[in-house]
Design a protein around this ligand. Structure first.
Ligand code: NAD
Length: 497
C-alpha cells in the first residue's frame, strides 16, 4: 500500500488526522505514488501558532547567521539535485533534463537569499534638517504563506520560502496537491540544514486549506502562483483581509519573428519554448507571430516540432512528458477540437498520440495551428499543452499592437538582427518580461519575476529586490541629539578642543 505524505509542523514530520486524501499519480502510468492529506483546521492553526512563536526569536537572529544557515541549505540542495529531480519527474512526468532545470532555477534563488544581509540594508541621510538625521531599516513581517502550482514544484516553492525566511520571517507552504512529494523533499533538506524549528511549515490540501490560510488573522503576507481565476480569488480574499498579497497568474506569451532573424535559431528556440515541458510553463511561447516574409518558415517549424517525441522521464529520445492529469489532457484535446470547429487550420495534430508501452498516460503530441484570429477560443484561453499557434503580421508595429491588446503580460520575445527593431519592441511592448533573441526570458534572481497585466496582481513581484521588499516592512527613523547634553551635560564623555 502506498503511504500518505506527512505534514511538516513545528519541526516534526507527522501524519495528518484528516480522513480526506488526494492521490498523487505518475502522469505516464497513472500509478498512485502517494496520497496528499488535506490538513485539518486544527493542524493549520497549530502550524501558524508554531510559526508565530518561532518568529519571535528568528527575527532577532542576526542576518549573517540566517545567511549562513541558508548557505548550508543551498549546498544540501545541490548535493541532492539529481535525487530531487527524480522525484519531480515521477510525479510531474517531466523529462529528467527539465526536472533538473526546475530544481536548478530554485537553487539559484536560494543562492540569492544567501546575500540577504546586503539586500536588507536601509538608507541614511545626514542633516535632513539642522542636526537631524534620517535612516531606515527593513524588518520582517511575521508569518508569511505561499500557495504554489503543479508546474514547477521545486522552483516556485523556492521562489518563496528561502527569501521570506532569510528576511527573518517564518513561512507556511501549501504546495500543489498534484505533486507535493518534491516540496516535501525540499522541506526534509531544510530540516537537515539545521534551521531552528518552526521557521518552515508544510500543510497540504486544496481550496479548503487555501481559504483557511487566506482568512487566518496571524498570517501577514501571501505569495500565490497559479491559474488566473484562482489567483484573482486569492488576491481579492487576501487583500480584503488586509494581508499583503502577490499573485503570479496565467499567461499567453507571443514570440515575434522578423524576416531578418537567424532562421535556424528561430526554429531551434521556438520548438523548445513552445512544446518543451509539454507546454506547461507559464512562460511557454504559445503564439508565434511571423512578420512579413518570415511566414515562409512555418513549414520548416512544423517539421521540426513534429520531430519532438513525447516520452517517459528517463527515455533518451523523449522531448517532453505527459500532461499532469487526465483532466488537463481532456481540456487540451477539447481546445484543439474547438479550434478546428472555429476554422483554425490544424497543420499538425497531436491529439491521438499515445505511448506504445504506457497508453494510459496523459499524452498529447506536438500540435501546430495556423490561421488563428484573436476571437478564437484557442487564442483567448491559456492552453497549457504542447500546442503552438501561428499568426501572421504585416509589420512589427502590428505585431506589437496585437500583443498589447492581449490581457496577459507575462513574457514575450522578438527574434531579429535589427537593433532598431529590438529597441522599438522592448520600449513599446506592454509585457513585463521581454526576450531579444531569447525565447523564454525568465530573469535570474538578482532581478525580479515581473509579469504584467492579468499575469500579476499585487505591487511587489517575486524574488530579487522586489521579493525582499514584499517580505519586509521599512521603518524610517528621524533622530536628533542635543549638543548641550552630549558635549556639556553631566555625562559628557568627549571634549572638543
Ligand atoms: P491552480 O490555480 O489550479 O492551483 C494553484 C494552487 O491553488 C494550488 O496550490 C491549488 O491547490 C490551489 N487552488 C486550486 N483551486 C483553488 C481554489 N478554487 N481556491 C483556492 N485555492 C485553489 O494552478 P495549477 O494548475 O496548479 O498551475 C498552472 C497555472 O499556474 C497556469 O495558469 C500557469 O500559467 C500558472 N503559473 C503562473 C506562473 C507565473 O509566474 N505567472 C508560474 C507558474 C504557473
Amino acid at each position: 500500500m502506498h503511504s500518505t505524505l506527512p505534514l511538516y509542523i513545528d519541526g516534526e514530520f507527522s501524519q495528518s488526522k484528516s480522513k480526506r486524501k488526494i492521490p498523487v499519480t505518475n502522469p505516464a502510468t497513472q500509478l498512485i505514488l502517494t496520497e496528499t492529506p488535506c490538513a485539518t483546521e486544527e493542524e493549520i492553526n497549530k502550524a501558524v501558532a508554531s510559526a508565530k512563536t518561532a518568529f519571535q526569536s528568528w527575527k532577532e537572529t542576526p542576518s549573517p547567521e540566517r545567511a549562513r544557515l541558508m548557505l548550508r541549505y543551498q549546498q544540501l540542495l545541490k548535493d541532492n539535485h539529481d535525487d530531487i529531480a527524480e522525484i519531480l519527474s515521477q510525479e510531474t512526468g517531466k523529462i529528467f533534463a527539465d526536472a533538473k532545470g526546475d530544481v536548478w532555477r530554485g537553487i539559484e534563488v536560494v543562492e540569492q537569499a544567501c546575500n540577504i544581509s546586503s539586500m536588507m540594508m536601509g538608507e541614511t541621510a545626514e542633516n535632513v534638517a539642522r542636526d537631524i538625521d534620517t535612516y531606515s531599516y527593513v524588518q520582517p513581517l511575521g508569518v508569511c504563506a505561499g500557495i504554489t502550482p503543479f508546474n514547477f514544484p521545486a522552483m516556485i516553492p523556492l521562489w518563496m520560502f528561502p527569501l521570506a525566511i532569510a528576511c527573518g520571517n517564518t513561512f507556511i507552504l501549501k504546495p500543489s496537491e498534484q505533486d507535493p512529494m518534491t516540496p516535501m523533499r525540499l522541506a526534509e533538506l531544510f530540516d537537515e540544514a539545521g534551521f531552528p524549528k518552526g521557521l518552515l511549515q508544510v500543510v497540504h490540501g486544496d481550496k479548503e486549506q487555501v481559504d483557511q490560510i487566506l482568512n487566518h488573522p496571524d498570517i501577514k503576507a501571501i505569495s500565490f502562483v497559479g491559474s488566473s481565476p484562482v489567483g484573482q480569488h486569492v488576491y481579492r480574499t487576501g487583500t480584503h483581509n488586509l494581508k499583503r498579497v502577490q499573485c503570479m497568474t496565467g499567461a499567453k506569451n507571443h514570440m515575434v519573428i522578423m524576416p531578418d532573424a537567424n532562421k535556424q535559431q528561430v526554429i531551434n528556440n521556438l520548438v523548445g519554448a513552445s512544446v518543451g515541458a509539454a507546454g506547461q510553463r507559464c512562460m511557454a511561447i504559445s503564439v508565434a507571430v511571423f512578420v512579413g516574409e518570415s511566414k515562409a518558415w512555418i513549414p520548416e517549424i512544423k517539421e521540426a516540432i513534429a520531430q519532438v517525441k513525447p516520452g517517459l522521464w528517463n527515455e533518451e529520445d523523449a522531448g517532453f512528458g505527459p500532461l499532469i492529469n487526465p483532466q488537463s489532457k481532456k481540456r487540451v484535446l477539447s481546445l484543439i477540437e474547438h479550434g478546428k470547429k472555429e476554422g483554425a487550420h490544424c497543420e499538425l495534430d497531436g491529439s491521438s498520440f499515445t505511448h506504445s508501452e504506457f497508453p494510459e498516460g496523459n499524452w498529447v503530441g506536438p500540435t501546430l495551428f495556423s490561421g488563428i484570429t484573436t476571437d478564437m477560443t484557442l487564442y483567448k484561453e491559456e492552453i497549457f499543452g504542447p500546442v503552438l499557434l501561428t499568426m501572421e503580421s504585416e509589420s512589427l508595429e502590428q505585431a506589437v499592437d496585437l500583443i498589447n491588446q492581449n490581457p496577459s503580460g507575462n513574457g514575450t520575445s522578438l527574434f531579429t538582427n535589427s537593433g532598431g527593431a529590438a529597441r522599438h519592441f522592448q520600449h513599446n511592448i506592454e509585457v513585463g518580461q521581454v526576450g531579444i533573441n531569447v525565447p523564454i526570458p525568465v530573469p535570474l534572481p538578482f532581478f525580479s519575476f515581473t509579469g504584467w497585466k492579468n499575469s500579476f496582481h499585487g505591487d511587489q513581484h517575486a524574488y530579487g529586490k522586489q521579493g525582499v521588499r514584499f517580505y519586509t516592512e521599512t521603518k524610517t527613523i528621524t533622530s536628533r541629539w542635543f549638543d548641550e547634553d552630549t558635549l556639556h551635560g553631566p555625562n559628557m564623555t568627549i571634549t572638543l578642543k
